[in-house]
Design a binder for this molecule. Sequence first.
Ligand code: SF4
Length: 249
Amino acid sequence: MATRKPTKPRWWPGPLKETQEQRRARALKIFQGLKKQYPDAHVPLNYSTPLQLMVATILSAQCTDKRVNEVTKPLFKKYRKAADWAAVDQETLEEEIRTAGFFRNKARAIRTTTAELVENYGGRVPDTLEELTALRGIGRKTANVILAHAYDKQGIIVDTHFIRISRRLALTNEIDPVKIEFATMRFLPERYWSDFSLLITWHGRFICPARKPTCGECPARTLCPAADSTGEVTWRVKTPPKPQRRRPA
Ligand code: SF4
């Protein structure tokens, strides 16, 4: 699936003067605060096998989890193995997943990826980042979702919430998802990668959405340079009005 070029976001509160060790300690405190805040954080997509998680994750791009679960409910009964998905024709699958949006690209991604699974892995979804990202239709984000939630391995899942919040928290100033992933690896011990990603996603949904974060309820408030005492965030500045052109008299 085509990846979008990252655009420069507005919400970079500025660099913090802290060492890597201090950032590491701050990130761990943030992690602990979020863990307390969201003890029941879980993947909202319904799945029971790595293959189902892979399909659901492909479908989830630019689509709500609720809609993905509605779409996958009958399909997971109909297509049980990778070979079943690979054998369905493009038009049929497009119709079946139409309501998930971007249905042509998604149908193509599902069919080509499952065909590769059949051809190279006996229909099994591989469990390493290298093998997963070598599949057509699987990017690093989807690969890390599969590793973290289907195989219980560690992976940093950089979605839009992760990009926004790690920048608000000044954990990174990168905008490219892969650079953010590698930057996070440097300050966060590996054993926390998957849980941290999940918690950040929940935080983005419930307390720190793109618009109007409720900083007053945030467990990371004292560790976040983007928070201010009013609950607004410091980077929200009004664009000055354009100067009016005067007509010559
Ligand atoms: S303090 Fe506000 S901006 Fe910072 S992480 Fe919390 S909710 Fe988001």
